[in-house]
Design a protein around this ligand. Structure first.
Ligand code: SAH
Ligand code: SF4
Length: 357
């Protein structure tokens, strides 16, 4: 038996699954067939697999496990955004969000926001996930499993349901779980599986500079978003503690290398917090990004009770955007999704935990 291959079938690439089939004496095509059942049809139980004979299926069941995530809670927002709280096999829980865009306006786009860790070791000052500490990394199977279980749930209402876009903006820091995230991306990209284009997946990072460099080298063609929030080291140290390890100069150096190697524009996320979205702060962001192939996405901060942070006034938000525009930086204001359902990731889990106590 090949001990390199894990036993969770949802975390196996198509090639790994073919390898397992060969090891247990099944023909190669079975591997592809079963990959399709698991990854494209998103079946949750072995007996839903129809065109594979029982003896073959028994052999696979003896080698691999198929365990769906357990839905603990679901919230539906007035704007159609849905938030899911899933329980993992070890009892930990994670959140993910489905942003169900208007069918006509955005060509039927269905974006899922995935978690990559249980909790997060970075501990940003404004983030509900960071407040809960860090438990562990998710496996590729758990990362992919979020898409599969959402697909399974949604197909009960709409048999045609298909996720089209993925953002790694849920709980956790994706670049601190680099290998499993990259493996999950490869699995989701497979034509015989979810067939989600590389350019339709975006990794968001708090700024793990060495891993941005590695991403530039591996260049999987996914989008990159950097959570900048402030272009001032002192302020950024307080907001995003990892800035002490990888300060702005080092972060921007990695970003420049990334753009040089991949020719791709980076999205810089800037959360706007009441009292901090000043003209000076906007000027600093504009200065930092001069000459960098960049796009700025402004996000009025989602209030989280424990952080005591609020959104700036609309005029301050407009001024911030204008300052960037005037200095030639492309800027957009994030559409607010699901604010009525605590859409800031980490909030639903915290609420669940306090209800259970
Ligand atoms: N750890 C990664 C990805 C997950 S967080 C990262 O930090 O980039 C995804 C995005 O949500 C980040 O840009 C993060 O800064 C932002 N975010 C977290 N809490 C928020 C809140 N309360 N309001 C607005 N944005 C928030
Ligand atoms: Fe972690 Fe991102 Fe939250 Fe910061 S914002 S604590 S990096 S999940």
């Amino acid at each position: 038996m090949n001990t390199m291959v894990s036993s969770d079938i949802r975390g196996l690439t198509e090639d790994e699954l073919i390898l397992v089939c060969q090891e247990i004496g099944l023909p190669k095509f079975r591997g592809r067939q079963i990959f399709q059942w698991i990854q494209q049809k998103a079946v949750q139980h072995w007996d839903e697999i129809k065109n594979v004979g029982k003896p073959d299926l028994e052999k696979i069941r003896g080698r691999l496990t198929l365990e769906p995530l357990q839905l603990l809670r679901e919230q539906v927002s007035k704007d159609g955004t849905r938030k899911f709280l899933f329980q993992l096999a070890d009892g930990q829980s994670i959140e993910c969000v489905l942003m169900d865009y208007d069918r006509v306006k955005s060509r039927n786009r269905r974006t899922v926001c995935l978690s990559t860790q249980v909790g997060c070791p970075v501990g940003c000052a404004f983030c509900a996930t960071g407040l809960s500490g860090w438990q562990r990394n998710l496996s590729a199977g758990e990362i992919v499993g979020q898409i599969l279980d959402i697909t399974h749930l949604m197909r009960q209402e709409d048999p045609e349901f298909q996720v089209t876009n993925v953002v790694f903006m849920g709980m956790g820091e994706p670049l601190l779980n680099y290998d499993e995230v990259l493996k999950g991306i490869q699995i989701l990209n497979r034509e015989a599986g979810q067939n989600i284009g590389m350019r339709r997946m975006t990794i968001s990072t708090s700024g793990v500079a060495p891993k941005i460099r590695q991403l530039a080298e591996d260049n999987p063609q996914v989008g990159l978003a950097v959570s900048l929030h402030s272009a001032n080291d002192e302020i950024r140290n307080d907001l995003i503690p990892i800035n002490r390890r990888y300060p702005l100069a080092e972060l921007m150096k990695a970003c420049r290398e990334y753009t040089e190697a991949t020719n791709r524009r980076i999205t810089f996320e800037v959360a706007l917090i009441a009292g901090q979205a000043t003209q000076k702060a906007a000027d600093e962001v504009a200065r930092l990004l001069q000459g960098q192939l960049a796009h700025v996405n402004l996000i009025p901060v989602n209030p989280v009770v424990e952080t005591g942070m609020a959104r700036p006034e609309p005029e301050e938000i407009q001024r911030f955007a204008r300052v960037l525009e005037q200095q030639g930086i492309p800027v957009s204001l994030r559409e607010e999704k699901g604010t009525d359902i605590d859409a800031a990731c980490g909030q639903l889990r915290r609420q669940w935990e306090s209800d259970e106590k």
